[in-house]
Design a protein around this ligand. Sequence first.
Ligand SMILES: [Zn+2]
Length: 478
Amino acid sequence: MKKKAIMWIELGLIVLLAGALLAQCISFKKTRPVVREPAVPGESTLSYSPPPPPKLQWDTVKQIAKLRELITPRVEKITEDIYLARGFALGSVQMVITDEGLVIIDTTESQEAAYKILKRFRKITDKPVRYIIYTHGHLDHVHGSPVFLEKGTQVIATKEAVKFMKKDFDLLKEFHNRSRLNQAGRAAPGYSRKLPVKSPVRGTRELGELIWPTITFDQEYSFVLGGKKFELYHTTGETPDHLMVWLPDERALFCGDLYYQSFPNLSTPMLDPRPVRGWYESLDRMIAMEPKYLIPAHTAALIGEENIRETLTNYSKAIRYVYEETVRCINQGKTVDEAVQLIRLPDELAELDYLQELYGRVDWSVRGIYAGLIGWYDGQGAGLSPLPPRILAREVVLLAGGADKILARAIELQEAGEHQLVCELGDIVIDANPDDKLAHTIKASSLEYLGYTGGNLNMFGFYRSAAALERKAAGIKP
Ligand SMILES: [Zn+2]
């Protein structure tokens, strides 16, 4: 009986479908949307004299002073057997001395810096390097390794680190080189305006040979060397492959990039989304260990149980707050741009010295969390299969009455200091006609202003690169 009913329903559907086809309501032919190619607008002819170069903000001067402190090379004695070499490069190197040899944690991005550090370490001890540990596979932690490597040195990292390094240094190698230069403000060096003060940040030069781990582990690994116990835990955060090193007898914790003195870079604009939830969970694990010494891979070590507990608790709170607020916005159906406007750190966290947005930013974090948790479509239709941006841009330029009209408004806005809007208007003209030199030139000036007022090191680098690329497109040197 049931079978018969299904048969009748199927038959009915076939008849309906055949009818619809005959009536031409349904077509199985995939049709492309109509794409008309609007004419390219004429190049703008306005006369323009760029504004004077932006001045350094007092906040930026303070940042530079702080940076100088951070990049003054020094080897610090943390305990009788633990040394921290920082300021030689972007990344630091940590050395633990045992009766049977040395454990080196992270190796910087530069062999040149690594040589200098090893020379300083060799004034303290001549013991062999038995282990090198990578807290994670970022270039500023692994590229100095050939300098520390001796016969029989074992290199330890998580299993995930091998995957991570293959992605960064092989699969996405060209992209990573480009994004690194972009972040450092060096995407088009010939077209950058000279900095008003000498940059305290030394560039990462050509990267040397990569030394791959010889010992890898999934969640935990431990070993004893010269009577000292080393416990390694896979603790995600900065990267999915991140680990921390715990010396239980000394209560010393080497935390890699899970803590440094700035609001953390929970999302870096040109890299893949980071495990933000993992980050605060790792911090909670760190707090539970009650360390007496906290030795990060960037910035100074923290000493004292109380100090470390308080700092890590606030750090974890800040990350958790941003994560949970972002998730709330996602569930409420807010767009990422709406969420960015809404989410701010609570005052009691925002005012803390080690949570200033010098390196990471809350708005970038929100964007990164969106990118990591949900897809790219906003549910509003137009974004599902958008036209190339030039089509809309050409329509807009036509409606405005030509590129001159839009750029005249951009110049007015630039004089009023509305630099972001200048860049967005500039992009309409550039999308419509990439050869419009004036649009590139106006945009370059506003990008520089944005860089000088952003109060964030990475932002400064990105804007500096973008401004140089615009000048390059216009064929104009500053
Ligand atoms: Zn790092």
